[in-house]
Design a binder for this molecule. Structure first.
Ligand code: BGC
Length: 771
């Protein structure tokens, strides 16, 4: 058994609570051991019964072991004393197999009960091998790619002593002004649900106890993505239907996928700060959804209940969060310092405390930490696993899959190998750090291959010049850029946002190109040379002038360490871009939100401007690039839609939709076949379309593939005016196409009867199987 293999000096108190294990050197525990239970498993009831109030509270405390960019920096002697006293349950912003082994040793050998610690970090899109930012990965429309990324991230992070990541971030985001749109899967609940589930599976693998898996910390539970005005931390005012149908499905998908933990959102939902929201957390998440994992607050969010104006004191804040169901307090030390007084004032909190401790101990047990607290601290594994060739290769593949070809007039792309002289312009083309995004875990700038480095390696005749920087008003480089452009056969200009324009507290009031990049672009466009824009950044941008004047535009986001090779292989056509937008691009900032699944209006937009219909006076009402949009170097033809059942019972019915998709061009390529539905007449107004299935297929030139989707009746459930889920009878329109604004084939199915849709958030989220 594993414990025997541990150092014999271990005086792990918990060993006394296990069925088998070395005798504890601690008299107080040794007298009572061993107790029944599963072999190599701790008896949590017994452990709980032996814990003092302070030891229980200690388990609820997550402390910072450092900061995200200076890991372990706070792990001094005072901190170790806290661990010895049993005052800490978990650390964040720590890493390293060896340093964390020592910290774990102190917890296991030198605290009274020897309960192991949980080590955590934001491993959001890779640990050392940095993949594209999450919004970019969502543009791959390939959940398996997202799963593989998470698997690799878990392999690396677990080798560095980590048990827990604060990912995936599954907040639906429909306002690109919100900087955190970069961290999630964009505007759609269905795509978001698929990506959420895939990443939970990737991080957690088949078993949390395997030493190369880590616990997912799905975040930020609530409606953080609906922050008003796109201002980070602002409240969300949402109707119950929008909450249930749009914002919660990815969280429910994470529950279905087995997420072992959630983090609460910072913001308030309809006036109730999420971290103190009993109805949302304890009643809905725990009781209605039946989820029993570990619920963590966000950074100081328990303390911030005071700033929100719902707690008068720290003690109040502690009581509110505990009542709401928050098990662990990230960093604010409110539980550490003030929960005892809150419990003394209100003994009804005591059983809630026990519940929280039980959930934390259960997670530690499920991770195998009682059986072997050092399973994650193998320095040999840490050295061998990081940034391996296969991890880098996977990062490149996902980066290639994430690129979206927004437009390609006159087929300027792909460039011929003998394209002649290429003028490569733009600070972002040579900015390695930016490709790592705002969360970069242990990603290193030196690991990144930039666009400049990759293009210079791939093509003999490249002249590079910066033009302008994304952050300065200095336009003096434009002259040199124009000179370079005029001497070239084709211009490739990298424009957009650097890594620090998106992310937490990185909201923008304008979605235009920052700095003086528009001037640079206009000057280059005026040369009349073929102009390829490589757009980078962490959010949809409003770029009507680029759409009008560039010959080709590739959205390349922030693609991670293999950004350069991925972009260059796409420029030259070795990679045929197949990504699709996970969020609509507006024409101007004032147009947001411009999500595709809006409700119909009583006066739908009509190009006949003599009539008063939904419109803007100054521009078209449609987005610049729609949700699901993305072109290819080849063309795809869609055959007619076939349904095996024209009718399905509301209760348990299903139908299979199939169609043939053909690569009608002469290049291999990927198409994302998208299935949308609409309920044209229901008890409440339904969105004009809703994604309910997709499949990314790779097709050789001339190849035809039958693509099938199984649709279940409960995927059409709606949140009724009465406040529950229901599948209603009637016609459902089915639309299949290449983008939300490019539907190629249609059909319909009739739902017979009605049925309660009690599992509807799951139904929306559940994979529509595509064979
Ligand atoms: C963020 C979380 C993050 C946490 C720990 C907070 O500021 O909102 O997403 O996981 O910090 O780094």
């Amino acid at each position: 058994m594993k414990l025997v293999a541990l150092s014999s000096s271990i005086v792990a108190g918990f060993a006394a609570l296990m069925l088998v294990g070395p005798p504890s050197a601690r008299a107080d525990n040794a007298a009572q051991a061993p107790i029944g239970g599963i072999e190599e498993s701790v008896d949590i009831d017994l452990l709980l019964s032996r814990m003092t109030l302070d030891e229980k509270i200690g388990q609820l405390v997550q402390r910072m072991g450092g900061r995200s960019k200076s890991l372990n920096s706070r792990l001094g002697p005072d901190e170790l004393d806290r661990v010895r006293r049993g005052e800490v349950g978990s650390y964040l912003h720590v890493a390293g197999a060896e340093p964390l082994r020592e910290l774990q040793r102190v917890a296991v050998e030198e605290s009274r009960l020897g309960i192991p610690l949980l080590f955590s970090m934001d491993v959001v899109h890779g640990y050392r091998t940095i993949f594209p930012v999450p919004l970019a990965m969502a543009a791959s429309w390939d959940p398996d790619a997202a799963r593989q990324h998470a698997r690799i991230a878990a392999r690396e992070a677990s080798a560095a002593g980590l048990h827990w990541t604060f990912a995936p971030m599954v907040d639906v985001a429909r306002d690109p002004r919100w900087g955190r749109i970069v961290e999630g899967a964009g505007e759609d609940p269905y795509l978001g649900s698929r990506m959420a589930a895939a990443q939970v599976h990737g991080f957690q693998g088949d078993s949390l106890a395997a030493p190369d898996t880590i616990m997912a910390g799905t975040k930020h539970f609530g409606a953080y993505g609906a922050a008003e005005g796109g201002r980070d931390y602002a409240g969300a005012d949402l109707g119950e239907r929008a909450l249930q149908e749009t914002y919660l499905p990815p969280f429910h998908a994470a529950v279905e996928a087995g997420t072992a933990s959630f983090m609460t959102a910072f913001n308030a939902l309809n006036g109730v700060p999420t971290t103190g929201n009993e109805a949302l957390l304890r009643t809905m998440l725990r009781e209605d959804w039946g989820w029993q994992g570990l619920l963590l607050s966000d950074w100081r969010a328990v303390e911030e209940l005071q700033a929100h104006g719902v707690a008068e004191s720290r003690q109040d804040a502690a009581a509110l969060a505990m009542r709401a169901g928050v098990d662990m307090d990230m960093v604010s030390d409110i539980y550490a310092d003030d929960l005892r007084a809150a419990i003394e004032a209100d003994p009804a909190l005591l059983p809630l405390l026990d519940g929280a401790v039980r959930r934390i101990l259960t997670v530690k047990r499920d991770m195998g930490l009682f059986a072997d607290p050092y399973a994650y601290h193998d320095a040999g594994r840490e050295a061998s696993v990081m940034l391996s060739g296969s991890h880098r290769q996977a990062a490149r593949k996902v980066a290639q899959q994430s690129i979206v070809l927004l437009q390609n007039d006159a087929d300027v792309l792909p460039l011929a190998r003998n394209a002649g002289r290429i003028a490569l312009i733009g600070a972002l083309a040579d900015d390695a750090l930016s490709q790592l995004g705002s969360w970069r875990a242990q990603g290193q700038e030196g690991d990144v291959v930039t666009l400049r480095a990759a293009l210079e390696a791939a093509h003999a005749d490249v002249i590079y010049t910066t033009g302008v920087d994304t952050r300065s008003d200095d336009t003096s480089g434009i002259v040199a850029a124009v000179t370079a452009a005029e001497a070239a056969d084709v211009i490739v200009v990298a424009l957009g946002e650097d890594y620090d324009w998106s992310g937490e507290a990185r909201s923008r009031s304008s979605l235009e190109l920052p700095g003086r990049q528009s001037e640079l672009f206009e000057a280059l466009a005026a040369t009349g040379k073929p102009l390829v824009v490589v757009l980078m950044g962490g959010r949809p941008l409003a770029i009507p002038e680029i759409a009008e004047k560039a010959d080709a535009v590739l959205m390349t986001w922030l693609l991670g360490i293999e950004a350069g090779p991925a972009i260059v292989s796409t420029l030259f056509g070795e990679n045929n871009p197949g990504g699709k937008l996970p969020a609509s691009f507006p024409r101007t900032t004032g147009q947001v939100p411009v999500n595709y699944d809006h409700l119909p209006s009583g006066r739908p937009a009509d190009p006949d401007l003599s009539r008063d219909t939904a419109r803007y006076m100054d521009q078209p009402i449609t987005p610049l690039y729609a949700f699901g949009h993305g072109k290819s170097y080849t063309d795809f033809a869609y055959g007619p839609l076939r349904l095996d059942n024209a009718r399905m019972p509301a209760d348990g019915g299903s139908a299979t939709v199939s169609l043939d998709v053909t690569n009608a061009g002469d290049r291999a390529g990927d198409e994302v076949v998208q299935l949308y539905v609409r309920d044209p007449v229901a008890s409440v107004s339904r969105p004009v379309m809703q994604l309910r299935g997709f499949q990314r297929v790779s097709l050789a030139p001339g190849e035809t593939r039958r693509v099938s989707f199984t649709l279940r009746a409960d995927q059409f459930a709606l949140w009724s005016a009465g406040g529950d889920w229901i599948v209603e009878p009637g016609v459902i329109e089915i639309m299949v196409g290449s983008a939300s604004d490019d539907i190629r084939t249609r059909g319909e199915v009739v739902i017979e009867g009605s049925a309660p849709g009690s599992i509807a958030p799951a139904a929306i989220a559940t994979t529509t199987r595509a064979q």
